[in-house]
Design a binder for this molecule. Structure first.
Ligand code: URA
Length: 425
């Protein structure tokens, strides 16, 4: 078999055999298929797509390029959750302890942020001492003992994805359904949970810009999960504006703590409780959203979060510390009306420039910086009212404030926002 023939076949829109896919992916991991040929293949997939059978073969071949975690030592139905990426997305920080507070074990491997999107691991690392690197034994033992753990993905898992994702990132081939679906599902399948909740984001700040594509991605991933015996449900959620009020690592931890104490914004609280209900259902625990919410108000979810922080070496005092950013700049409205748009991508990139995100993988983060919105889409605003606060460690110029304001769109009409757009099971 020659790599060039496989690339050409895909370039011409033909269906690859299981053997061709296996040969290509295994060759890439072994180093016999070079980056430039894999990049050409990824671009061919971007333009020509893949059949359901090809995506399934690609996913399972990728799973086979690394270790698979065996969670069978943990009793009960293990549930996992994955988001296809977003801005201000602190859902995992609340949802994992919330679900664990009902006795459902959550053993979760998370990722880091890149570009305009944030990563759960970076947020957790903003807590002094928090360890995201754990051996598999420690990870499993912690879930056995306290019911939850969030750690970094092991290097030994899905080696093909590590290589391929880095390549896609620099060859404009990330945002294509076959490659996203196989990347996400290979990791979820290898991570070993029995049930999987997929949060497929849609909108300006997400990989999927429209509902039709988000639906297709969700359907593809749900079918991949079910085909290998994992109960899988996807929710399509809005990422046209940042999620909740804050963007930035320490700031998002603080917002998560507010939500965990029942003091968060109503919309994001309700949204996470709805996800909680679905995730619990995937573990055969049927609860109403109201019952799920109770665990925010009675402290049980917070207790789980704190237990996880302590178990992973985090400092509980530091957990509740405010951001130490040197400058806090208030951005006020110049018009009266309703907030009509807060483009997630623009604000994600803005936060990245403040040091809250990485432009390239090797960038060192400033955990303290970011943005806190006081107004979200659909809310009324008066001239001079604070729309957001910018947390920075470098002085913020007037030009930067003007640039920020340009992205805060105000109109005469109120606008309705729906966090969960659709559920695909
Ligand atoms: N998240 C992933 O893990 N992989 C992708 O390809 C896109 C989002």
């Amino acid at each position: 078999m020659r790599t060039v023939d496989v690339i050409q076949k895909k370039r011409d829109g033909l269906e690859l055999t299981s053997d061709e896919i296996k040969w290509l992916i295994e060759g890439y991991v072994a180093g016999t298929v070079p980056d430039y040929q894999m990049a050409a293949f990824a671009m061919a997939v971007y333009f020509k797509g893949m059949s359901t059978r090809e995506i399934s073969d690609l996913t399972m071949t990728m799973v086979g390029t690394g270790q698979q975690i065996d969670l069978s030592a943990i009793s009960g139905v293990k549930v996992d959750k994955h988001s296809t990426g977003g801005v201000g997305d602190k859902v995992t920080l609340v949802l994992v302890p919330l679900v664990a507070s009902f006795g459902v074990p959550v053993a979760k491997m998370s990722g880091r942020g890149l570009g305009h999107t944030g990563g759960t691991l970076d947020k957790l690392e903003s807590i002094k001492g928090f360890q995201i690197e754990r051996s598999q034994e420690e990870f499993i033992e912690q879930v056995q003992n306290i019911g939850l753990s969030v750690i970094g993905q092991s290097d030994q898992l899905v080696k093909a994805d590590k290589l391929l994702y880095a390549l896609r990132d620099v060859t404009a081939t990330v945002d294509t359904i076959p490659l996203i679906a196989s990347s996400v599902m290979s990791k979820k399948i290898a991570a070993g949970a029995d049930s999987i909740l997929l949060d497929v984001t849609v909108g300006e700040g997400a990989f999927m810009k429209n509902l039709e594509d988000a639906r297709a991605l969700a359907r593809t991933m749900v079918d991949l999960g079910k085909a290998v015996g994992r109960r899988t449900t996807a929710v399509i959620t809005d990422m046209s504006q940042p999620l909740g009020t804050s963007i930035g690592n320490r700031l998002e931890i603080l917002e998560a703590l507010d939500i965990l104490q029942g003091k968060g914004r109503e919309d994001v609280t309700e949204f996470i409780c709805e996800l909680g209900q679905i995730m619990l259902g995937l573990a055969n625990v049927e609860k109403t959203v109201k019952e799920v919410r109770e665990h925010l108000f009675d402290g049980s979810a917070l207790q789980k979060f704190e237990a996880m922080v302590v178990a992973q070496g985090g400092d509980l005092e530091d957990l509740y510390r405010s951001s130490s950013a040197k400058y806090v700049v208030e951005v006020t409205a110049d018009e009266v009306g309703y907030i009509s748009e807060l483009p997630a991508m623009e604000f994600g990139l803005f936060a990245m420039r403040l040091g809250a995100g990485r432009a390239v993988k090797t960038d060192v983060l400033d955990f303290e910086t970011g943005i806190v919105f006081e107004k979200k889409v659909g809310e009324p605003v008066k001239i001079g009212e604070i729309v957001a606060k910018i947390y920075a460690n470098e002085k913020i110029s007037q030009e930067l404030v003007t640039e920020f304001k340009k992205n805060v769109k105000i109109s005469n009409e109120p606008k309705k926002v729906r966090e969960i757009i659709e559920v695909i099971a």
